[in-house]
Design a protein around this ligand. Structure first.
Ligand SMILES: NC(=O)c1ccc[n+]([C@@H]2O[C@H](COP(=O)([O-])OP(=O)(O)OC[C@H]3O[C@@H](n4cnc5c(N)ncnc54)[C@H](O)[C@@H]3O)[C@@H](O)[C@H]2O)c1
Length: 254
């Protein structure tokens, strides 16, 4: 029975994924702020270390799968929190759980990014470099100058680059690592964005070529595939599961 740790397990995509994994026979370790097997706040360094320690304890030091799904959207209390959860927690958990994954059976990890990462101009902002340099203090200090939209898109771009930069290191210890980049997924995070005074209208009007948003289970399907042996040659890839949004935004770049 594969042992799979999932952050953001209490809601949305993470909750749908945990249900599918349990159904498929995985032993699931859910991590979230509340209503999870491990209740911890991933926005703080202490909360991340607690998560890492408790995951390692629960899996006996051998973890088969890891899915980093916990995230905050543009309605988060401040931009620093968006960077802390969406980027720095992912970076810390990948680092802290790499050894346990290297001892797993056909190990694989998936990070949940976003199609927001391809938003034009985001890649030119210095906050991306600060995140990738691991400068959490500097990035949090600079986050006061960011719009929530830029903080969100930037955190998702940085986390996608982080994954891609790990391909050699993680291949050496035999762990596949990929990103799933959703478009619209009908979850509490998305609903809050549609009701936001600043971004609500634009969010509601941003519709994928397929003409609808997705259900959390549709994303869980893609994540499960990337964890499975059927995806045995997929590594360092960003898989857009977005109803065509990435192709709509930048048809000639991929
Ligand atoms: N819903 C969308 O349209 C959409 C689109 C693109 C990407 N995503 C990404 O998908 C992932 C899952 O989002 P969702 O839409 O299922 O949202 P959601 O709000 O339903 O679930 C996110 C989960 O993350 C947890 N979380 C947030 N901050 C945390 C913290 N400090 N510590 C521990 N857990 C924390 C929340 O408690 C929640 O259970 C996120 O990374 C999000 O950025 C979502």
């Amino acid at each position: 029975m594969p042992i799979t740790a999932v952050t953001g397990s209490a809601s949305g995509i993470g909750a749908a994924l945990c249900a599918q994994l349990r159904e498929a026979g995985h032993s699931v370790i859910g991590i979230d702020r509340a209503n999870a097997d491990i209740n911890t706040d991933l926005s703080s360094a202490e909360g991340r270390q607690q998560a890492i320690k408790q995951i390692i304890d629960r899996c006996g030091g051998r973890l088969d799968n890891l899915v980093l799904c916990a995230g905050l959207g543009v309605t988060a209390a401040n931009c620093g929190l968006i960077l802390a959860v969406n980027y720095f927690a992912v970076s810390a958990l990948l680092e802290g759980l790499a050894d346990a994954l290297s001892k797993g059976n056909n190990p694989a990890a998936v990070v949940v990014g976003s199609v927001a990462s391809v938003q034009p101009g985001v890649d030119e902002h210095p906050i991306i470099g600060q995140m990738l340099d691991g400068d959490e203090e500097g990035a949090l200090a600079a986050s006061g100058e960011l719009s929530p939209n830029l903080a969100y898109a930037g955190s998702k771009l940085a986390v996608s680059i982080l994954v891609r930069r790990k391909v050699h290191e993680w291949a050496k210890f035999g762990v596949r690592l990929n990103v799933v980049a959703p478009g619209v997924v009908e979850t509490p995070l998305y609903k809050a964005s549609t009701e936001d005074a600043r971004y609500g209208e634009a969010t509601r009007n941003f519709v994928a070529p397929l003409g609808r948003g997705s259900q959390p289970a549709e994303l869980a399907n893609v994540i499960r595939f990337l964890l499975s042996a059927q995806a045995s040659f997929m590594h360092g890839t960003v898989v857009f599961a977005d109803g065509g949004m990435d192709a709509m935004i930048r048809p000639d770049r991929f």
